[in-house]
Every structure is written in structure tokens, then in C-alpha cells.
Write a protein that binds this ligand. Structure first.
Ligand SMILES: NC(=O)c1ccc[n+]([C@@H]2O[C@H](COP(=O)([O-])OP(=O)(O)OC[C@H]3O[C@@H](n4cnc5c(N)ncnc54)[C@H](OP(=O)(O)O)[C@@H]3O)[C@@H](O)[C@H]2O)c1
Length: 409
């Protein structure tokens, strides 16, 4: 039976750039003989040992599993030993499928950091029935994409229902700060998605669908605001430009809505853009971003960028960049009874790595301990639809996040 499994969490990809930060968080928060039974898993034993040494003497006694992302027998055994597999092995389109298949078949809960929408949709369509049958809860996008957006909307909706007596009708989210860096792994994953879209027009269509991550029979809905526009906010007049994570985050927010039976209503609209201090800054950032996207849209551009501009897999922002990083998302909501509410989610470390590591570690712990199958059955879920607002307190207590909501009229 599931509760008798040897581990609560196996961290798969412990030696990735972000995996090392997750290991550090789990080690400092839970130690090795504490309230969490956990293990490290990766493909290279020497790299795991270096990681253990960097954590400290005690970490050398953490259990270790060694195997390859394509070794299905190894993955099946790993999945059978734990309640939750937390995976950082990406690009997920390249490495992720055999593990999702093993977890879905073995009744093992799973969470990851993918922001690759085609991967998440494909996994749901291929393994949804297996997960429902086995009881495995599979959750993608459990880092800065898309946990803060997903929880930020749910938190504001909860406030709206309690304080205004009606749920949200629409939310305009402004990214007011996003300071940190990128890792080679993240950029490799971006390149993977753009390469796939270039090859397959079906993927381009999927990426344009705001409802792409909803369950298969719920992938349509009202027209959503465009995300690729430069312009001024109707709420506060700020200059806004496209936010690179919006094409993932908005899909996750709509998937939560669909998964939970439309608590925000079937005609809910949601948009995310990044705020700039003035028109010039917004325009320059927009042009730089558009240039990068153009560069990534063909094979030659992708290899040039990967070779000369982007960090290599395994590399990422250094400690001082991570420590001085932070993010601030502001959610401007309108309720169904026409009241204005504002929410805010902030994080105390660089969003993509320092903060993401803490977020997914807390999410995995919460999934292992606080989400019984009687409440959330097997299947493909989003962070909020599986983990709920109960995740807010641990994120505030242990992951440096803050949540606020207030009236704005
Ligand atoms: N959603 C978010 O907010 C967010 C934030 C950060 C990262 N991410 C995603 O997380 C993923 C990891 O990012 P990263 O920068 O940490 O990447 P990374 O450092 O390049 O790590 C990739 C990992 O995959 C492992 N790996 C590669 N091939 C393997 C194989 N055949 N078998 C087993 N393991 C294999 C590598 O093992 P070795 O260590 O042995 O090389 C490494 O641990 C990326 O997909 C990235 O997009 C998402």
C-alpha cells in the first residue's frame, strides 16, 4: 500500500542546476532523519557524491539511486519506492516521458518544473487514464511557472468570494519585478519547444490555445485577451509589454479553473504582462524579446544562441544573483458583482532557481503529506487544483513567498 513506501520524496535530477538547490532546501529544512524520508536520484554517482559533500558530512548518508532517464525498468523500481517523485530532468520533451509513464502506471505522485506546454498536454493525453486507474497524481509546472500565478489567482478569488460575495470575472496580472537569471537547462527547454513548433504546425496551434492544458474535452472557451501586445494598462495606466512566461502561466490558470469545475466562471479572462517604468523601456524590452524569439524560430538561430549567448546545461545564475533576486506579481481583479480587488505575490530569491527550488520542495512535501486520495484522486492536476490554498502557509513559512489581497474600490 502506498503509505508503506520507503520514501516520501525521491528527488530525480538531484545534480541539475536547480536540483542542487532543491537538495539544499530539503536538507536544511528536514535533515536526513527528520520528518521527511527522502532520497537523491541521478545518473552520475560521482556528481551525486560531490553534491552530498557540498551539503555537509551528514548528507553522505542520504540514500542514493542511480539510473538513466530512458531505463524504464529503473524508473519503474524508483517509482515503486516512493510516494512522490520530484523531477528536474529536462528538457522534459526529451527526457520526461518514460518517468511520467512509470509514475502513472505505478500509482506514484509526481511533480516537475516543466514549462513545456506540448509536453504537459501530451502526458495528460497519453497517461491520464493510467493515472486515474492507479491513483497517481501528476502535477506539472510547479516552479515559478506557474505556481505564483496559479495560487495568486486562487488566493484573490478566495478573498473576493469571502469579502465581496462573488468570484472573479477577470484578472489582469502585472509582473512588477522579476529579477534573477537563466540556466542552460531552462533555455534548452525553450529551444526544444520552439524547435518542435517549427516542425509541427499542430504544436503552434496548441501553443496559441489558452485552454491547451485543460482536460481533453474542455479545451475551448471564451476569447482571451492577447498576450503579445505592447500598451497601457486599463487599470492603472502603466506601460506593459509581453511576459515570456505568460504563455505557460495563463494556460495553467485556465486549467485550474476547468479542473475545479469553473470556480472563476466559464467566461473568466486572465492576462499577464510585465510592467515597465515608461514607454521607452517597454518598447526596448519588447523589441529585444521579439528579436530573441525570431532568433529561436529557426534552426541556425537556435544553434547560434545556444553556442554563444545562452549558458550551457548545468550552468545558471551565481549565488549573488540568486540572493539579490526577487519577484513581485500584482493581480488586478474585477468580481462578478463589479467590485475591484488587488492581490500580490512576492518571492524573496531569484524567481527561476532560488525561489523555484523552495516552491517545488514545499509543494512535493505537501503532496506527500497533506493531500489524501479521498480528496484528490489520481489524474493530471495543476498546482492549485491538487494542492489547494493549503499550500499558501508552507510557502510563506518556508519558501519566502508572501500573499496579499485587498479591496481596490
Ligand atoms: N518552471 C520553472 O519555474 C523552472 C525553473 C528552473 C528550471 N526549470 C526546468 O527544469 C529543468 C532543469 O533545469 P536546470 O537548469 O536545472 O537543468 P540542467 O542543470 O541542465 O539539468 C538537467 C539534468 O538532467 C539530467 N540528465 C540529462 N540526461 C539524463 C539522462 N539520460 N538520465 C538521467 N538524467 C539526465 C542531468 O544530469 P547530470 O547532472 O548528470 O548532467 C541534469 O541533472 C529544465 O527543463 C528547466 O526548464 C523550470
Amino acid at each position: 500500500v502506498k503509505d508503506e513506501r520507503e520514501f516520501d520524496i525521491i528527488l530525480w535530477g538531484a545534480t541539475s542546476f536547480v536540483g542542487k538547490l532543491i537538495s539544499r532546501h530539503l536538507f536544511h529544512r528536514h535533515g536526513i532523519d527528520g520528518d521527511l524520508r527522502w532520497a537523491l536520484a541521478a545518473r552520475n554517482p560521482a556528481r551525486v557524491e560531490t553534491l552530498q559533500q557540498s551539503l555537509g558530512e551528514e548528507a553522505l548518508s542520504l540514500p542514493v539511486l542511480i539510473g538513466d532517464a530512458f531505463d524504464t525498468e529503473f524508473l519503474r523500481e524508483m517509482a515503486a519506492r516512493t510516494r512522490v517523485v520530484l523531477s528536474t530532468v529536462g528538457p522534459y520533451l526529451t527526457y520526461g516521458e518514460p518517468l511520467v509513464a512509470a509514475c502513472a502506471a505505478g500509482g506514484t505522485d509526481y511533480c516537475d518544473l516543466t514549462g513545456e506546454v506540448p509536453f504537459a498536454q501530451r502526458m495528460m493525453d497519453r497517461y491520464g487514464a493510467d493515472a486515474e486507474a492507479s491513483g497517481a497524481r501528476i502535477i506539472h509546472c510547479t516552479g515559478v511557472d506557474s505556481l505564483p500565478s496559479d495560487l495568486g489567482v486562487a488566493f484573490l478569488n478566495d478573498f473576493a468570494v469571502r469579502e465581496c460575495g462573488a468570484p472573479l470575472q477577470s484578472v489582469e496580472m502585472h509582473v512588477r519585478a522579476f529579477r534573477g537569471g537563466f540556466s542552460g537547462g531552462t533555455l534548452a527547454s525553450f529551444l526544444e519547444v520552439t524547435a518542435l513548433a517549427q516542425k509541427d504546425p499542430g504544436v503552434t496551434r496548441m501553443l496559441r490555445n489558452p485552454y491547451a492544458l485543460c482536460p481533453p474535452d474542455q479545451r475551448t472557451g471564451v476569447r482571451q485577451p492577447e498576450l503579445d501586445m505592447l500598451g497601457r494598462s486599463e487599470v492603472d495606466g502603466r506601460w506593459l509589454h509581453p511576459f515570456f512566461m505568460a504563455p505557460v502561466n495563463t494556460r495553467v490558470v485556465h486549467a485550474t479553473n476547468a479542473r475545479l469545475g469553473y470556480p472563476y466562471g466559464q467566461d473568466f479572462t486572465y492576462t499577464e504582462r510585465q510592467a515597465a517604468p515608461n514607454q521607452l523601456a517597454a518598447t526596448v524590452r519588447h523589441l529585444v524579446m521579439a528579436g530573441l524569439m525570431l532568433g529561436m524560430s529557426n534552426g541556425a538561430g537556435r544553434s547560434l544562441l545556444a553556442r554563444y549567448l545562452f549558458p550551457k546545461p548545468g550552468e545558471g545564475p551565481n549565488e549573488s544573483v540568486r540572493n539579490s533576486g526577487y519577484f513581485k506579481f500584482v493581480f488586478h481583479g474585477r468580481t462578478r458583482n463589479d467590485r475591484r480587488v488587488t492581490g500580490q505575490v512576492t518571492g524573496d530569491a531569484d524567481p527561476g532557481y532560488g525561489s523555484t527550488a523552495k516552491q517545488i520542495a514545499e509543494a512535493a512535501f505537501h503532496l506527500a503529506r497533506e493531500v489524501p486520495r479521498t480528496r484528490v484522486a489520481g489524474g493530471f492536476w495543476t498546482p492549485v487544483s491538487a494542492l489547494g490554498l493549503g499550500l499558501v502557509d508552507p510557502l510563506v513559512a518556508h519558501a519566502g513567498l508572501r500573499f496579499e489581497a485587498k479591496h481596490a474600490d
